[in-house]
Write a protein that binds this ligand. Structure first.
Ligand SMILES: [Cu+2]
Length: 137
C-alpha cells in the first residue's frame, strides 16, 4: 500500500512537471515567438512585418509587438501595423535610430535597416511594450 502511494505521488509529480512545460511553451507562443523561431522565416526576406496588438478583454499590460524579437538582414524593410484602437509608437531605445511618432489605429510605419546591429525599441505611450530588431550583415 505504501509502495503504490509512492508511485501515485511520482506520477502526479510527472503530470505537474509536464503541464508546467507545456504551459511554458504555450506562453511563448502567445507572446509571439522565440528569437530562434522568429529568425527562420524572416532571415532572408527583404521585408518583414510586426503587428502591434491589443488583445481584447486583457489588461493594457498585454499590449505588445508580435513578434517581439525579429531577425532580418541588412537592407530589410520592417513594417509595423497598428491593429489596435489607440495610438502607439515604434521608438528606438537609443532615441536616434528610428521613431515612428504616432501610428494611428489601422495604419503602418515602415523602416529600412541599413546597418547591422541590435535595435531595441518601445512604445512611447506604453513603455512596457518592447521589441527588438536584430539586423545581421
Ligand atoms: Cu503603445
Amino acid at each position: 500500500m505504501k509502495h503504490s502511494h509512492y508511485l501515485t505521488g511520482g506520477l502526479f509529480f510527472i503530470l505537474v512537471v509536464s503541464f508546467a512545460i507545456s504551459a511554458g511553451t504555450g506562453e511563448v507562443a502567445v507572446a509571439g515567438r522565440t528569437p530562434a523561431a522568429a529568425a527562420a522565416p524572416t532571415r532572408a526576406a527583404k521585408t518583414a512585418a510586426v503587428s502591434i496588438v491589443e488583445p481584447p478583454f486583457q489588461p493594457v499590460t498585454t499590449w505588445s509587438y508580435r513578434p517581439a524579437v525579429l531577425k532580418v538582414r541588412v537592407g530589410a524593410t520592417v513594417t509595423w501595423t497598428n491593429t489596435g484602437a489607440v495610438l502607439h509608437t515604434v521608438t528606438a531605445t537609443d532615441h536616434k535610430s528610428f521613431d515612428s511618432k504616432d501610428i494611428k489605429p489601422k495604419t503602418s510605419f515602415s523602416f529600412t535597416f541599413k546597418k547591422a546591429g541590435t535595435f531595441p525599441y518601445f512604445c512611447s505611450y506604453h513603455p512596457w511594450m518592447k521589441g527588438t530588431v536584430i539586423v545581421t550583415p
